[in-house]
Write a protein that binds this ligand. Structure first.
Ligand code: NOJ
Length: 733
């Protein structure tokens, strides 16, 4: 037996050597790509433009059987949903041993917030307003995924969304263009590392281009329609920031924009992305989105769909097999050009060379590295650090938090002793068993006096656990109740009309409040929820999103005061679904709300204001801002100066925010737009002098004539700790 293995190993070694000799050359990448392209048949070229899923997972309706045969025949140049060094090695071996040209495969996967060590969902990380932490999360995730065979992740998702009914808000950075752009760039830096070609660097894929976060009614995949001015100002910048940060690839969106599906939209791909922004990487479709152009009703058959996509600038067909089936025919019929096909193949091959796959196709398949990297103690420590930074304290009456070490705690709720939901709905290769539940985290931090009762399930009407939960509450000093969404209630294809707590969870919390004990609600969810009754009745509310592997420890750190929370909401929490879309940087209208006048813009049954505004989050200490002053700085430049003091008793961090309003423009302007933020640590009693530089770009917008720039006039500059409580100084320039 061992002889057979020896022989097999020798064969693998020989063919690896042959492979290495064939492709190892010191010529520049461009020359190597050209040389390879010359040897390729049209079928092999189209194979490079095709991406198929393995049988390990899918996010769409069609599974393409027989992908191994597709690899063998050269029809499949790239795979997704294959991971672990073992499986990737098996499939890569087919490509580099059994195909004519031995071109290695790219291996893609949705590494959205962690591979094995799971970090907070991206919306949660955005609440940290901590770019270093967000970059670290992406870095650790990429180092783990690349140690498990992968070299391409379908992240970051940078779609701005102002609609919490849309389930995919969970994957993004929330509602704001400026914050979203900063985060988009940080994630790309983290994913791609110092340099592509290093063994722990992966290709990033910015998605979903474009405006996927603005479907009408918040219903996933629905139509998107907005003016180009609005689109360019509020929705496009995060994609641009990711491209400027060097993102290697871009994914198209399922939706249409201005009547043309994003996957066949030459304005988006050829004009904006390539011509205006100079993007040189490759564009991949979303899952079968070429085929879906039939249902969009813009083509009569799949062949036409493929032509529309290629001519619009799409390089790679994800899972649709449209290029594979029809592109050659389209070429013969003159509907697409060979030059266009070659250009797309070139864009893809370049990265295969740049990643070093031609030198070593098994570069990402080292089982020792895989074993040592995944879930390492350092990675878990990073996940805990990022998780606690992502927590937002929404309410803390009578300083119910932090807990006192002598308090008897009743820990209640369907999410208190749960692990699987903590991973969120896109959780890489994460395992629930590796997660720390809230019960475990709290027991470790507060070893005595915790009684646990589940109380109810996340869904359903079973109230049989209420009585025991109430008894436990009555015998405690403080009640902690963990409620929220199941992971599969947010994410792709999970739009909700009612974004309240499901089942009898709210009823349970209200019953606990009736006991008269302080009730601390720990929310675990993937989107802003509508919870007005809890906002009123609960003593304290802590938003913890889905925090991943270290969730329980991170939440315990905050509840016990070992860590002073500093997160701020990246998305507005409405009072009622009927307010949606509700977001902070709306425009004034001709009849802005005036309580003295009936004929102004408002609802008659709810205030305009949200439950909690964008940028909001409390701390265990208090902060005070001085009045801002403006100082000139450099030619035409200026800066806003102010002091920030910690007026409470604990050291803590504050995210100081700068908003700007252009009072008169050639087109209507938002009442405020975030243009800067900084996270500052202050000891009790400490005061720091801070300033924000205001750059020309911060005052620029798409003017009436469509050009981007500033206009002379007056501006309000506002500083504060959230988008509602601000101090203003006015300037003219
Ligand atoms: C569909 C999703 O929209 C996209 O974000 C994801 O990357 C692909 N499926 C592949 O899983």
């Amino acid at each position: 037996m061992s002889k057979i293995y020896g022989l097999l190993a020798a064969c693998v070694l020989c063919s690896n050597l042959a492979f290495a000799q064939k492709y190892q050359t010191s010529a520049p990448i461009e020359k190597r790509v050209t040389a390879l392209l010359k040897q390729m048949t049209i079928e092999e070229k189209i194979g490079q433009l095709s991406l198929y899923t393995t049988d390990w997972g899918s996010t769409g309706p069609t599974i393409r059987e027989g992908y191994k045969n597709d690899i063998r025949s050269g029809a499949c140049g790239n795979l997704f949903n294959a991971h672990t060094t073992e499986f990737v090695r098996e499939l890569q071996t087919i490509a580099v041993q059994e195909t004519r040209l031995k071109i290695p495969l790219l291996f893609g996967f949705d590494v959205i917030h962690g591979y094995k060590t799971i970090f907070p969902i991206p919306l949660g990380e955005a609440a940290s307003w901590d770019l270093k932490a967000i970059e670290l999360s992406a870095r650790v995730s990429a180092s783990e995924a690349s140690a498990a065979g992968l070299n391409w992740t379908f992240a970051p998702m940078v779609d701005i969304s102002r609609d919490p009914r849309w389930g995919r808000v969970m994957e993004g950075a929330g509602e704001d263009t400026y914050l979203g752009s900063q985060i988009a760039a940080a994630r790309v830096r983290g994913i791609q590392g110092k340099k592509l070609g290093q063994p722990d660097a992966m290709l990033a894929c910015v998605k979903h281009f474009a405006a996927y976060g603005a479907p009408i009614g918040g219903r996933d995949y629905n139509t998107v329609d907005m003016s180009e001015r609005y689109f360019r100002e509020f929705y496009l910048p995060p994609y641009r920031a990711a491209v400027d940060a060097g993102a290697a690839t871009v994914m198209t969106a399922f939706n249409d924009y201005d009547g043309v599906p994003a996957t066949g939209n030459a304005f988006l791909l050829n004009q904006v992305l390539r011509k205006e922004w100079g993007f040189e990487g490759f564009v991949v479709t979303d899952y079968t989105s070429i085929n879906e152009m039939l249902k969009h009703g813009v083509v009569e058959n799949e062949q036409q769909a493929g032509e529309l996509a290629l001519n619009a600038g799409v390089d790679m067909d994800m899972q649709g097999a449209v290029y594979q089936q029809y592109l050659k025919k389209s070429l013969t019929e003159g509907k697409v050009s060979l030059a266009q096909i070659d250009e797309s193949v070139r864009r893809i091959l370049r990265f295969k060379f740049e990643l070093g796959l031609f030198e070593d196709p098994f570069k990402f398949c080292d089982p020792t590295r895989e074993k040592n990297t995944l879930l390492s103690p350092q990675n878990r420590a990073a996940a805990r650090e990022v998780a606690r930074k992502s927590i937002v304290l929404l309410k803390n009456e009578a300083n119910a938090l932090p807990l006192q070490s002598t308090q008897k705690i009743a820990l209640i709720g369907p999410l208190a002793d749960n692990k699987s939901e903590l991973l969120g709905s896109w959780n890489g290769a994460g395992n629930a068993d590796d997660c720390i539940s809230l019960l475990e985290g709290l027991r470790a931090a507060h070893p005595t006096g915790i009684v646990f009762e589940k109380g109810c399930e996340i869904t359903g009407t079973d109230r049989s656990g209420f009585a025991a939960a109430i008894r436990a509450a009555e015998q405690s000093d403080v009640v902690i109740v963990a409620v929220g969404e199941a992971a599969m209630m947010s994410g792709e294809a999970t739009s909700r009309v009612h974004i309240t707590l499901t089942g009898v969870q709210e009823e349970l919390v209200l019953a606990l409040c009736q006991t008269g004990k302080p009730v601390v609600v720990v929310l675990m969810n993937g989107r802003p929820l509508v919870i007005p009754r809890l906002a009123e009745k609960a003593t304290a509310i802590v938003e913890t999103w889905w925090l991943g592997t270290e969730a329980g420890n991170a939440i315990a750190d905050v509840l016990t005061g070992a860590y002073n929370p500093a997160g701020k909401l990246p998305m507005t929490f409405p009072r009622a679904e009927g307010q949606i879309p509700v977001f902070y940087n709306e425009k004034s209208t001709g009849r802005p709300f005036d309580p003295e006048s009936k004929w102004t813009s408002k609802y008659i049954d709810e205030p305009n204001s949200p439950q909690w505004p964008f940028g909001f989050g409390l701390s265990y200490t208090t902060f005070q801002y001085s009045e801002p002053k403006v100082l000139a700085s450099g030619k035409d430049g200026f800066s806003v100066h102010f002091t920030l003091s910690n007026t409470g008793k604990m050291a803590g961090e504050e995210v100081a925010q700068l908003y700007i309003r252009d009072l008169v423009g050639s087109v209507t302007r938002p009442v405020k737009s975030l243009k800067g933020f900084q996270k500052v640590m202050l000891q009790p009693g400490e005061t720091k002098e801070l300033h924000f530089d205001v750059r020309e770009q911060d005052l620029s917008f798409y003017r009436f004539d469509g050009t981007f720039g500033t206009e002379p006039g007056a501006y309000d500059l506002m500083i504060g700790g959230n988008s509602q409580d601000l101090k203003t100084v006015q300037i003219r320039r």
